[in-house]
Design a protein around this ligand. Structure first.
Ligand SMILES: [Fe+2]
Ligand SMILES: [Fe+2]
Length: 245
């Protein structure tokens, strides 16, 4: 199974973000076979505006199912209305999808009006029920905010906090193959509760690390994406790819 992951599109109506999204979508559209699923782990819009979601939906036009979750730059009401075709509401946007014999739990780690993240009690309860109902399937827990310190101060200060219950939940569900997130605008791999925690790079920019000789937010590196390959033994292998012009 080929799982493509994009993150942090930050579509704002400007040419720069549009061109970078078009680049990664063109790359995905040229894959043979096509990926089984495409995940977009938050910060889809830059200001959470309806027009930004309309543009994002138009740009991310692929034959594969495209599954989204919100980030700190997203707005729940506009996201719901445009991406889901549902009445605007400020409740967390949590959706579970079964694709190709795997479960993708797209969780809302955003806190309206804040940049840091949290899985609300209702979201954790929902996630527990979804993982229980899909106990026989390989499962991916996806959200925007990394639940650990990554060594990237810009992302770390607005990471996901209060993660104890998430750790217990993951420990209780052996079918969780990996946790997939974004927000840190850097391709990174670590662990959480003993499972792989894979961070998708940002399409719009790359956050540099403190020991690198560059600005904190690098606008010049090309957009990147992640390919996660799941085999029949539920081994997951991740390849990070730079998308040239
Ligand atoms: Fe972002
Ligand atoms: Fe973010």
């Amino acid at each position: 199974m080929i799982i493509a992951q994009l993150s942090d599109l930050h579509v704002d109506g400007g040419e720069r973000s549009r061109r970078r999204v078009e680049r990664v979508v063109r790359e995905l559209a040229g894959l043979r076979p096509a990926p089984d699923v495409v995940l977009v782990t938050g910060d889809i819009a830059d200001h959470g505006a309806e027009a930004e979601y309309e543009l994002a939906r138009e740009l991310v036009d692929l034959p594969a199912p495209v599954l989204y979750c919100p980030g700190n730059h997203d707005g729940r009401a506009a996201y719901r209305k445009v991406l889901l075709g549902e009445p605007a509401s400020d409740a967390p946007v949590n959706r579970a999808h079964r694709v190709g014999g795997a479960l993708f739990a797209m969780c809302d780690s955003s806190i309206p009006g804040q940049h840091d993240g949290l899985l609300e009690a209702s979201t954790l309860g929902w996630l527990d029920a979804e993982l229980t109902a899909a106990a026989d399937l390989p499962a991916f827990v996806c959200f925007h905010h990394p639940p650990v310190v990554l060594g990237s101060p810009f992302a770390d200060q607005s990471r996901q906090f209060a993660t104890d219950r998430l750790a217990s939940l993951v420990a209780a569900h052996p079918n969780v193959v990996a946790l997939l997130c974004g927000h840190a605008h850097t391709p990174a791999a670590t662990t959480f509760a003993g499972r792989p925690l894979l961070v998708a790079p940002g399409v719009v920019s790359t956050f540099r690390l403190p020991f690198e000789p560059a600005d904190t937010i690098d606008q010049d590196l090309p957009p990147m994406l992640a390919y996660h390959l799941l085999d029949n033994q539920r081994r997951l292998t991740t390849h990070y790819r730079v998308v040239s012009a």
